[in-house]
Design a protein around this ligand. Structure first.
Ligand code: GTR
Length: 416
């Protein structure tokens, strides 16, 4: 979901009319050393170092998620036992916060396979809403704010009938369900609309004591924090659903929602498998590498995603006490998968690989192997034991190829 501006910007840069400030030359990525992971023992990592690093990410990148917003309320609003031609049960669950009624809540769509009693579940937010994820035509159209797009049939910031199924190529529902996994998803804009003032109509204003007049300070949460919070509330619900194995949840996200799934996985260890699909800058890509999108570009285009402090590292990533190998390491010792796309230069595929590689020593503390290779593997050659990685042919997207790797990885780690 690049904005037209950024697609143009990336395309222009790749068409060899380099735009000042965007580098695609590997010899110019810089060589600032990464912050030290300061490793001692697995125990010390778990007790002390890991919480320190979570706090660094709160203070400098995403802001702190408010600890307790009260128990969420779950209402199952519809159940269809013969969804997708009978292979699945489909449920809608409305999640709200009784303590903060100003937040309109989120509508989760859950598909569980009918041939499995308690299925492990992939949990991820969508860009277009439940009706865009699935091709089933009886799904209520999402009514919240969406980014205007002629091409995507979003009119007056609202979804239209023509938006049904438009994101379905990114959610290999049949393949996932037939392999015995469930899928839970919701529209990210249910939690907070994705624009600079979106928070005023979303969760963050609803729970802040100054409401829509809040002035966000360093260390306070941004939109990615709010979206990640939403993923954890879906995990809360999934613990209560008899058709889901709540002990085997994978969190997945693409692009900005890949940054979000990494942050959700870092904060909520109930996500036993963390997936970053083309998450790029502010996600898996090392911030000290000046390649494609940079801290300066992202914090200018999308300041609302982060805590304000993050923008102070624009043009000065080396001053930031974290880099993204530490972000990946926060998943340890749980399995994590980082996926890149060969044409997705904007997201810096090599930088995404390197963060996985340099998280390896943390996995080693737990006696586990990471990516198991020194160099970024060839295109379409998945690698890794506890840190999976591939760079697939093609563009910034989620494809069946990506899902096949995630399903194989999950099945291997979860003995399915
Ligand atoms: C781009 C942004 C990327 C990525 C992408 C997306 O405009 O620069 O960091 O998040 O959007 O979410 O599709």
């Amino acid at each position: 979901m690049r904005t037209a501006f950024f697609t143009l910007l990336a395309a222009t840069a790749l068409a060899q009319t380099p735009r000042p400030g965007v580098n695609y030359d590997e010899s110019k990525v810089g060589n600032d050393p990464l912050p030290d992971l300061k490793l001692t023992t697995a125990e010390e990592w778990t007790q002390t170092r890991r919480p320190e690093i979570v706090k660094l990410f709160e203070d400098h990148v995403f802001g702190k998620t408010p600890a307790n917003l009260g128990a969420p309320k779950f209402e199952v609003t519809a159940t269809k036992p013969d969804a997708l031609g009978g292979i699945a049960t489909r449920k809608f669950i409305h999640i709200s916060l009784p303590a903060y009624p100003a937040w309109p809540g989120m509508d989760v769509m859950l598909y569980t396979p009918n041939h499995i009693k308690r299925a492990p579940c992939f949990v991820g937010l969508s860009f277009g809403g439940n009706h865009a994820v699935s091709q089933e035509t009886d799904i209520p159209l999402n009514t919240r704010w969406m980014r205007e797009s002629k091409e995507k049939n979003i009119v007056d910031h609202k979804a239209t009938e023509a938006t049904r199924g438009t994101e379905s190529s990114r959610w290999a529902l049949e393949m996932i369900l037939k392999r015995g996994f469930a899928v839970a998803t919701a529209y990210y804009g249910d939690i907070e609309p994705d624009h600079a003032d979106g928070w005023k109509d979303g969760l963050r204003a609803a729970v802040s004591k100054d409401g829509a007049n809040t002035v966000w300070k360093d260390g306070e949460w941004g939109a990615i924090g709010a979206w990640a919070w939403g993923l954890s509330r879906i995990a809360d619900y999934l613990q209560t659903d008899a058709q889901v194995d709540g002990k085997h949840l994978a969190v997945i996200g693409h692009s900005r929602l890949g940054k979000t799934s990494l942050w959700a996985g870092a904060q909520d260890e109930r996500f036993g498998f963390v997936i970053s699909n083309n998450s790029g800058e502010g996600g898996a890509a090392l911030m000290r590498r000046d390649f494609g999108e940079t801290t300066a570009i992202i914090t200018k285009a999308f300041p609302h995603w982060f805590t304000p402090k993050y923008a102070s590292y624009a043009g000065n990533a080396a001053a930031c006490p974290i880099d993204m190998h530490m972000f990946i390491a926060l998943a340890a010792p749980r399995p994590i998968y980082i996926a890149s796309a060969a044409e997705d230069h904007w997201a810096d595929p090599k930088g995404e690989f390197l963060s996985g590689k340099f998280a390896g020593p943390v996995y080693a503390l737990f006696g586990k192997k990471g990516v198991m290779v020194d160099e970024q593997p060839a295109i379409d050659t998945p690698v890794g034991d506890f840190v999976g990685y591939h760079v697939r042919t093609g563009k910034h997207d989620v494809t069946d190829y990506d899902w096949k790797q995630y399903l194989t990885f999950a099945a291997r780690h979860w003995g399915r």
